[in-house]
Design a binder for this molecule. Structure first.
Ligand code: T5A
Length: 199
């Protein structure tokens, strides 16, 4: 099972994924946790290019995220799924639709096709959307990278983009109120996950 975690900055994805990993393993499920951008050796180099300060054309940014994703899917995600692992992925293709599409303004249809090429048609079985007011999320962060430093208007577009995408395919998305405590967020997600693991 392939599960991605999406949402605005500081929504609590890493915190949630680490808690879910422990709980799943305690219930004897094999788990791989991973993230985009930045998994594997090539991914780490691409992440550095993407997140360090400096100007970057929107298309260069897009192709770096796609390069990271193609490598990630082929060398890390697909092998883990083939071994029967539950893959918990901190951001995936929907971040491209929302950040490079809704927020940067690149064409959404082009991005959807580019994602399918990069992933060779792999899509998450479930997308957990941690929904949060971006002002709250940005306020939770201590170190800000190139994308965190975008305007509040940009981050509002990100939040609204995720909400719009979640409505396009409601069966695949699970929206969670990320303004709750970490334990409440975990309990909501665990309830949604359990119903899919044990139908
Ligand atoms: N991006 C990514 C694109 O533009 N296109 C793409 O295709 C992809 C894949 C990645 C950046 O790249 C962009 C999106 C991003 O801007 P990143 O460093 O991986 O950058 O950043 P994020 O994924 O945004 O991760 P963050 O570290 O910002 O946030 P998390 O993981 O959502 O949050 P977390 O768990 O680290 O928590 C942040 C802080 O809040 C606290 C935590 O203790 C921590 O201090 N916290 C809570 N506080 C109160 N209540 C809760 N429920 C809390 N949960 C956590």
């Amino acid at each position: 099972m392939f599960i991605s975690f999406e949402g605005p900055e500081g929504a609590g994805k890493s915190t949630l994924i680490s808690r879910l990993k422990s709980e799943l393993e305690a219930n004897n499920y094999p788990v791989l946790t991973t993230r985009e951008p930045g998994a594997g050796e090539l991914g780490r180099s691409i992440r550095k290019l993407l997140l360090e300060d400096g100007e970057m054309p929107a298309l260069s940014e897009l192709f770096l995220f796609l390069a990271d994703r193609a490598n990630h899917v082929e060398t890390i995600i697909r092998p883990a799924l083939a071994e029967g692992k539950i893959v918990l992925c901190d951001r995936h293709a929907d971040s491209t639709i929302v950040y490079q599409g809704y927020a940067r303004g690149l064409d959404l249809n082009f991005l959807r096709e580019a994602n399918l090429q990069a992933t060779q048609n792999l899509r998450p079985d479930l997308i957990i959307l941690l929904d949060l007011d971006p002002e709250v999320g940005l306020g939770r962060q201590t170190n800000k990278d190139r994308l965190d430093k975008e305007s509040l208007e940009f981050h509002q577009k990100v939040r609204n983009g995720f909400l719009s995408e979640s409505l396009r395919e409601p069966a695949r998305w699970q929206k969670i109120n990320a303004a709750q405590s970490p334990e409440e967020v975990f309990q909501d997600v665990w309830a949604a996950l359990k119903s899919r693991l044990i139908p």
